[in-house]
Design a protein around this ligand. Structure first.
Ligand code: ADP
Length: 494
């Protein structure tokens, strides 16, 4: 198949979260299955800075936005260590800015226009790329208009009859919600601004637009695919999703085994594998303790936490537990995150008050993330919701036992330790259901007790996790099946 994947984030060119990791790794895995894949993203400043060798291509784009026609160039590169072509839509007034979506104070006021522009550029590229594209794979709200442009604009609908669009929801909470005054920027007729299509309580909703008009729909884990159809986790779109539930699939993300391999990871203080993880992790632990200023404590559990400082990640139930444990237990914490200043202040205070027990790094550091994954004994993710989650998969690969809330992809990947799951060798971590400090504390207690008192059981948990296959190859095969399905349904309907 010929596949065009459109995303605003592709690692390492531009990244704010897991979306970037997925859109970098999936295309490479699809290419290895024999498909021809091109990826397209905006030429953000971070991408221009990452790859200074970007070359100009012959593609020329003329994009109508409001009453003007804007001209853009397209730069070319490839994804690292692959033949996957990367195209970057280059329009500096929109994309050569400090942040992807916001400056340090607020979202850019012209975000709707910027991503309308990008979406129109992707559709126009379809007409210029050699050969016929079978699948246009769109990701999250930034590309939500693409399926609408394909379906609603008559010249596109006839021209791209045999192309099927897939829309992947990576996080339902980010919807690309704009004022109705932005509707004219999309260039679509006002008649589509209604509650069944593009409108959401008087606002323009680009994620909903993608959900409504795509030929196929998926999210990034089977449990999240069910959860988002409920009022609790549906973020107001559960009704729309229930209506399209016959299309909605859940495909777990994979992890990039080249970047996340403890045997070869260049960021680690000491490389290791499933044979010598005890020594490798012990060395990594003492080196990390020294680096972040914690006292050496080889026998105490070291708990790692990495993630955006946003309410989603459960910092509200976690910070009281850190405080209580810092006062009462021989346990150390190493925390890496950026985001909400409210949580930043809380974490800074914890690090200041308990320097022997709590180390906090408020930065985005790829190296530090790898070092924590390798050095920690337990990795904690008490998320309120988690579409897939990547860190628990990295933890499993690195022999770091995950402790997670049973939600979304965490529920699909972490098997809670019980007498039964241990006996059947399925246990690979610990999980809890209620989003409360009590449930979190009880589960962390179980986990740290096992770490300290049952070394054989612990060894088994680590071995089970390290032996599991979370590769992209598995996920790419599931996407391949889904592409084939939506393509045959689309062509059957012709
Ligand atoms: P989300 O997409 O909700 O942020 P995921 O677990 O799916 O969560 O992916 C987060 C990705 O971003 C992981 O690769 C994680 O290691 C990385 N990450 C998050 N915060 C940081 C940070 N402060 N420094 C380095 N990497 C980070």
């Amino acid at each position: 198949m010929k596949i065009l994947l459109a995303s605003s984030e592709i690692a390492p060119f531009a990244k704010t979260g897991g979306l970037a990791d997925v859109c970098a790794a999936l295309p490479v895995a699809l290419e290895q299955l024999g498909h021809e894949v091109t990826v397209v993203m905006p030429a953000f400043r971070s991408a221009l800075q990452y790859d200074r060798q970007l070359r100009k291509t012959d593609f020329q784009l003329s994009i109508p936005i409001k009453s003007q026609t804007l001209h853009a160039e397209v730069l070319g590169s490839s994804l690292p260590d692959s033949n996957v072509k990367l195209l970057l839509v280059d329009y500096p007034p929109y994309f050569d800015r400090q942040g992807l979506y916001r400056d340090e104070h607020q979202d850019y006021p012209d975000n709707c226009e910027r991503f309308t522009f990008f979406s129109r550029a992707v559709v126009q590229l379809l007409t210029q790329l050699p050969g016929t594209i079978d699948i246009l794979h769109c990701n999250d709200w930034q590309t939500g208009l693409i399926p609408a442009f394909l379906k609603l604009e008559s010249n596109n609908a006839s021209r791209f009859q045999s192309l099927a669009s897939l829309f992947t929801i990576h996080n339902l909470a980010y919807q690309g919600l704009f004022s109705q005054h932005d509707m004219p920027a999309t260039g679509l007729d006002w008649k589509f601004f209604n509650w069944r299509q593009m409108e959401y309580y008087g606002k323009l909703n680009l994620l909903k637009t993608g959900i409504v008009f795509a030929d196929g729909l998926n999210t990034v884990s089977p449990t999240y695919a069910l959860e988002i159809q409920t009022p609790e986790l549906g973020c107001g779109l559960d009704g729309v999703l229930r209506e399209r539930s016959h299309l909605l699939e859940g495909i777990l993300n994979g992890i990039d085994h080249r970047a996340w391999n403890p045997r070869t990871d260049p960021h680690l203080f000491c490389n290791y594998d499933s044979e010598n993880w005890r020594e490798g992790k012990a060395k990594g632990k003492s080196a990390l303790q020294e680096t972040v200023g914690l006292p050496a404590a080889p026998e105490s559990p070291l708990i790692g936490v990495i993630g955006r400082l946003s309410a989603q990640k459960g910092w509200d139930i976690l910070t009281p537990v850190i405080e209580r444990w810092a006062n009462t237990r021989e346990v150390q914490w190493v925390i890496l995150g950026t985001g909400d200043p409210h949580f930043q202040r809380k974490l800074e205070a914890l690090a200041r008050n308990y320097p022997q027990r709590v180390a906090v790094r408020l930065e985005f550091s790829e190296a530090c993330a790898h070092q924590i994954e390798a050095a920690a004994d337990l990795f904690l993710m008490p998320s309120h919701y988690e579409p897939c989650g990547l860190n628990q998969l990295y933890s499993l690969r690195y022999g770091t036992v995950p402790v997670v809330r049973q939600t979304g992809g965490l529920a699909d990947t972490v098997v809670n330790t019980t007498a039964e799951t241990l006996a059947t060798e399925r246990a690979n971590g610990f999980s809890f259901r209620d989003a409360t400090t009590v449930a979190l504390e009880e589960t962390l207690d179980r986990a740290s007790q096992m770490y300290q008192r049952q070394p054989n059981a612990w060894r088994q948990l680590v071995a089970t996790g390290m032996a599991q296959d979370w590769s992209w190859e598995r996920s790419a095969q599931a996407y391949e099946r889904l592409y084939k399905k939506i393509l045959s349904e689309k062509r059957h309907d012709l």
